[in-house]
Design a protein around this ligand. Structure first.
Ligand SMILES: [Zn+2]
Length: 125
């Protein structure tokens, strides 16, 4: 079955939302232990006590373990969505006509208006 354009657009919208929510959750997971360690360090400094360096190291490891994937998902979410939910290439989603050597963004068989991502229009200039 060839998915129609509206289905692909809807699916991409939902996948984009899920990716952005996943990125937010990764940030929250990354920030929570870091914030608690910073609070512990601040309290130790205020009380003029020594704090443990290993707390900072493990906190930073935890931060980068979760924050880095979160940043990558946030930066590349648009490309990820296009990769996860691709448009069916070179085939009309309504009538399965082979879309090769088109001169306009319309299916010559059924007249469906096609998104530019679906076809390779020749350069006019
Ligand atoms: Zn068509």
């Amino acid at each position: 079955m060839i998915p129609d354009i509206a289905w692909v657009v809807r699916k991409r919208y939902h996948v984009r939302r899920r990716l952005l929510h996943m990125s937010l959750i990764l940030f929250i997971v990354a920030v929570m232990p870091t914030a608690s360690v910073l609070l512990a360090i601040t309290l130790a400094l205020l009380r003029q006590e020594d704090f443990q360096m290993y707390m900072i190291d493990s906190s930073l490891n935890f931060f980068f373990m979760f924050a880095l994937p979160g940043v990558l998902v946030l930066i590349f979410h648009a490309k990820l969505v296009r990769w996860l939910v691709p448009f069916p290439k070179a085939i009309c989603p309504r009538c399965s006509y082979a879309l090769r050597n088109l001169v306009e963004s319309r299916c010559p068989e059924c007249g469906t208006q096609l998104p530019l991502e679906l076809i390779d229009l020749p350069d006019t200039d």
